[in-house]
Design a protein around this ligand. Structure first.
Ligand SMILES: [Zn+2]
Length: 373
């Protein structure tokens, strides 16, 4: 196959059979992102007016409660800056941080600094390390691309539990257009699929007490919390100028936030996944999506992105100590991990999925065909 890289961003056809290029050599990812930009990203007075209105309404509606909203605080830049933005509007927040034992050392400190400086109440959840480790090992043995699904699902489950306990019906979400408008397709899967998680756990794990780890299902997330509890989700970073370097400087200045490395490196586990597991097993380098998003939001040039992609993906000494740390925590031998790394990767669709997720792509495909003709 001939190598092709987009003429506008840095997405390419390595490890991606879905990418398409137009006659000018521009890819579908950045073309779609540019089309969506004016619809979802408002780093201007429109965005400011929107946040003033939506946060003002929220504060009035929640005046008799202890909290206006809650957020999952991973200690990464996105959720941390979302907390900062909401704090500047005077929101009273409850933050949930899931400490699965795999955070970078600086992350735990960053989470505490943010909450102390911005007056946010913090709950730290520690999932059972043996069960969590066993489930994570099961995902690695299954050889699927998104081995961070257990981590994400446990966070959702904890968030919704605290929302229910504290009668909170609004979530702040750090996902954003500026740094995430482009995400390579085909290598990810819905983290809220409990059926998928349990199927992989039962087949590849060793533990049997599945009920002792907080997990949530697609039904709970989409139907129970989305339609019955009507939880409102606000993404504040789409309504402010969100520049990664400036956001970090602001956090450093206002709460002493320390740098932890590139996107998702706030967790040693996701760092291993993005810098080693995905590139080696699936030919996927997540930096390409991240830098391409930054090109589209105007905070990186294509030349700079290409230069940074040429830099070493993982320092070998750092990788070795990170891997020892992660394998020690989840309880997998290096021999087994290396064996998995040499096996062929598998798609998430090779394992059972929730009925909702199984039929949704079919419905979307039919809808697409109907609207095309
Ligand atoms: Zn492109």
């Amino acid at each position: 196959m001939e190598y092709k890289q987009c003429a506008r961003c840095v997405m390419d056809n390595i490890g991606d059979s879905t990418i398409k290029f137009d006659d000018n050599g521009v890819c579908n990812y950045c073309s779609d992102a540019l089309r969506a930009k004016n619809i979802v990203y408002h780093p201007n007075d429109t965005g400011k007016d929107y946040l003033e209105k939506v946060f003002g309404d929220l504060k009035r509606r929640r005046k008799d409660y202890k909290y206006d909203c809650m957020l999952g605080l991973s200690g990464g830049l996105d959720s941390s800056y979302a907390a900062y933005v909401a704090h500047t509007y005077g929101l009273r927040m409850l933050a949930v941080h899931v400490d699965d034992g795999l955070d970078a050392p600086v992350t735990t400190d960053n989470v505490k600094k943010i909450c102390d400086a911005y007056g946010i109440d913090l709950v730290i959840e520690n999932p059972d390390p043996i069960l969590f480790g066993d489930l994570t090992c099961a995902f690695i043995r299954a050889g699927v691309p998104n081995i961070a699904i257990p981590q994400d699902n446990v966070l959702f489950a904890c968030l919704y539990k605290y929302a229910k306990d504290n009668q909170i019906d609004c979530f702040l979400n750090g996902s954003n257009f500026a740094l995430e408008s482009i995400l390579q397709r085909g290598n990810t899967y819905d983290a809220s699929d409990k059926r998928h998680i349990l199927a992989i756990w039962k087949r590849f794990g060793q533990m049997k007490d599945y009920a002792n780890l907080p997990l949530m299902s697609v039904f709970e997330k989409r139907v129970f919390y989305g339609y019955i509890h009507k939880i409102l989700t606000i993404k504040p970073l789409n309504y402010v100028e969100y520049n990664a370097q400036e956001a970090f400087n602001t956090l450093h200045k206002t709460c002493g936030f320390e740098y932890y490395g590139d996107k998702h490196c706030e967790s040693i586990f996701t760092k291993i996944m993005q810098r080693y597991y995905l590139p080696k097993k699936f030919n996927v380098d997540k930096r390409k999506s991240h830098y391409s998003s930054m090109i589209i939001s105007g905070q990186m040039t294509r030349e700079d992105a290409i230069k940074r992609l040429g830099e070493q993906l993982y320092n070998p000494n750092e990788f070795s100590s990170d891997l020892d740390f992660v394998l020690g925590k989840i309880g997998m031998s290096k021999k087994e991990f290396n064996k998995v790394m040499h096996e062929e990767g598998h798609n998430h669709s090779e394992y059972p999925m929730s009925i909702i997720n199984s039929i949704l792509p079919i419905i979307l495909d039919i809808r697409k065909r109907l609207t095309e003709y």
